[in-house]
Design a protein around this ligand. Structure first.
Ligand code: K7E
Ligand code: CUA
Length: 624
């Protein structure tokens, strides 16, 4: 160990001791207050929790947590166990902090939409384990994005996919990242643009489930297939793994096919459904040319092509459906129930073989509940979502009870329960969606703030609570307050990721990139002006760009630095342009010079002692 690290460590240890001392001694009042709301129970528990989450200066977190940003459209990256916010990855929304949504490329990727409602991040997998290559995330406007974990940048936004309205049941990936899946929350008459009266909802409106194929080398997404379904509201999903590999499961609410006030009209029946889809059979059907062209894409109608989809009755208004690490059990529950159901995959297959059906929905057979369930586990009220630990342990979030139940697969015994301080929605265990969960940590993603933080007015922060699951009893460790809105998150071991910090010069294949200030300058072809710009400490070259009113101006900037954290910005006043260029990167922005005058541009990203001096002028000369 080198001296620097050693001294950092000893300082860290000292700081922990001091922090723990402070907590036990002077700050004693915070102990009882926390205990009331389901925190650590004694002063020494508080000290232990503090030590477990304390990551000393210079030390690193053990896990990355990728949390959805909901209608902020972004992905937020936290370190676990410190719960420190490390970075924001802009995905569906412009983000001036990294210049995202301002340069030509990212603007084109966003298309005409400047918002997205991002719900479920999904890490790429190899043999059912997170492999650290990509992160996918869905968005309600029928899209899925791919983030490359080599540089933590959004590389593709795929969609809006035809016929899919409200892409909520997404972006769950299969065990070898063959697919990111999609399912519509809202049903509409298809193709999009068709109109049918709301009275005909039950027959003329359709749901869609879709398989988005992922190129195994590049991660590039493309539409592989769509299946038409009754107008249920598809909600959440999970891919089968190990013994159930090749299958996909989705929950739905509104099996009633109701309209209007759904909180009443869609809660008439006792059961909704989980769809079980044999996606390998779907691939085969598509290869055989099955399906009809709707909205420009092939859509399979299960009435015409049987043997692909089945419906499993489930407690009404279910949310999560979760496949156990060994793939044997499919866990799903009604949000208003006091139990969660463990379905047995072997029994599902047997019931399909024996045609053990109780009816059908538009040609999709409904399996007999009693034949496919293994157990109803009395977890508590409002089971929402289940995650897994090693040793066959399952953790179910209870929205109504505001708690997490820990129970055992196979014996179905509830072994522990911990109150959460807010109404818990989803939860996320370390590597909890894989075939080999780590245990250790679990993060409860809470809804509805109940104080416990400095007030910041009516827009309350979201909260995520870190829970220790390394021992028999779960323990609350830490309250973290986050950006809106963490619907779901995934947690991956930090040592699986190896992000680059500069783009190597030799990888920059942009034909307009330049690496020497001598090559910088402005050229013109008719009314098209091309400015090649070099960004390097502490000058933007050229320092003046002259164009004429009405010109189409393309500014291509290369940051020729090869040093970590030497980013440069290019903010152009009055033209709504704000680009940030990473070391070794080239970015372009194209705009019409539609205002005459002199417009300063400057480096927006602090880069050196003379950062302030890094500036220039765009001169737009009036005509004549
Ligand atoms: Cu529960 Cu969109 Cu998964 Cu919100 S979702 S909470
Ligand atoms: Cu370059 Cu600041």
């Amino acid at each position: 160990m080198n001296e620097k690290k050693k001294s950092i460590l000893s300082w860290g240890v000292l700081a922990v001791v001091v922090a723990a001392g402070l907590l036990v001694g002077r700050c004693a009042p915070s102990g009882p207050k926390a205990a009331k709301k389901g925190g650590a129970e004694t002063k020494s528990d508080v000290a232990v929790a503090a030590m477990k989450t304390y990551v000393a200066p210079g030390d690193l977190d053990e896990y990355y947590l990728f949390s959805s940003g909901g209608h902020s459209g972004q992905v937020y990256v936290y370190g676990v166990p410190s719960m420190r916010h490390l970075s924001t990855i802009p995905v569906f929304t412009p983000y001036p902090g990294t210049g995202y949504g301002f340069d030509d490329e990212s603007k084109a990727m966003l298309g005409n939409l400047t918002w997205g409602d991002a719900h479920h991040p999904a890490l790429s997998e190899t043999n059912g384990d997170y492999d650290g290559r990509w992160l996918f995330i869905n968005e309600m406007n029928g899209r899925i994005a791919r983030i490359d974990l080599r540089d933590f940048k959004t590389k593709q936004i795929f969609g809006p996919v035809p016929n899919v309205s409200g892409n909520h049941g997404s972006s769950f990936v299969t065990p070898n990242t063959e697919y990111a899946m999609m399912a519509s929350r809202f049903s509409i008459p298809i193709p999009k643009g068709t109109v049918a009266p709301i009275e005909k909802y039950a027959t003329d409106y359709k749901g869609i489930i879709a398989g988005i194929k992922i190129d195994p080398k590049t991660g590039q997404m493309s539409l592989a297939w769509e299946i038409m379904t009754p107008p249920f509201d598809w909600d959440l999903g999970d891919a089968g793994k190990k013994v159930s590999d090749g299958w996909m499961f989705w929950t739905c609410y509104n099996a009633e096919r109701a309209t209007g006030k759904l909180e009443v009209t869609s809660a008439q029946r006792d059961r909704d459904y989980i769809a079980a889809v044999d996606w390998k059979a779907v691939e085969k059907a598509v290869a055989e040319g099955k399906g009809d062209l709707i909205g420009g894409v092939k859509v399979i109608d299960p009435k015409k092509v049987p043997g692909l989809v089945w419906l499993m009755p489930c407690g009404k208004s279910p949310h999560g459906v979760d496949v156990s690490p060994d793939g044997k059990y499919i866990i799903g529950s009604g949000k208003l129930q006091g139990v969660t159901t463990a379905f047995n995959f072997e029994k599902i297959k047997t019931a399909i073989q024996n045609k053990d059906f109780t009816g059908d929905e538009d040609g999709i057979p409904v399996l007999k509940y009693e034949s496919i369930k293994d157990a109803e586990v009395p977890v508590g009220l409002g089971p929402l979502h289940t995650q897994f630990g090693p040793d066959g342990m399952a953790y179910t979030s209870l929205f109504v009870d505001s708690a997490i139940a820990k129970w055992k697969l196979g014996t179905w015994e509830v072994v522990d329960k911990i109150p959460m301080s807010y109404s818990i929605g989803h939860l996320c265990a370390a590597e909890g969606d894989t075939v080999s969960p780590d245990g250790k940590y679990l993060v409860g993603l809470n809804k509805l703030s109940h104080g416990r933080h400095l007030s910041v007015g009516p827009s309350q922060p979201e909260s995520s609570q870190l829970v220790d699951i390394s021992e028999e009893k779960m323990k609350l460790l830490y309250d973290a307050f986050t950006e809106p809105e963490p619907h779901y998150a995934q947690m991956i071991k930090a040592d699986k990721l190896h992000p680059i910090e500069v783009y190597p010069k030799e990888e920059n294949k942009n034909p307009l990139a330049i690496w020497d200030v001598k090559d910088a300058g402005v050229t013109r072809q008719g009314t098209n002006v091309l400015a090649k710009v070099v960004l390097v400490r502490s000058t933007i070259t050229p320092t003046a760009i002259e164009v004429a009113l009405g010109d189409t101006v393309k500014i291509v900037m290369t940051n020729i630095e090869q040093t970590t954290d030497e980013l440069h910005g290019f903010g152009l006043l009055d033209y709504n342009i704000n680009i940030v260029v990473d070391p070794g990167e080239t970015k372009a922005v194209t705009f019409k010079a539609d205002k005459p005058g002199v417009f300063p541009y400057y480096c927006t990203n602090f880069c050196s002692a003379l950062h302030q001096e890094m500036q220039g002028y765009l001169i737009v000369k009036p005509k004549g």
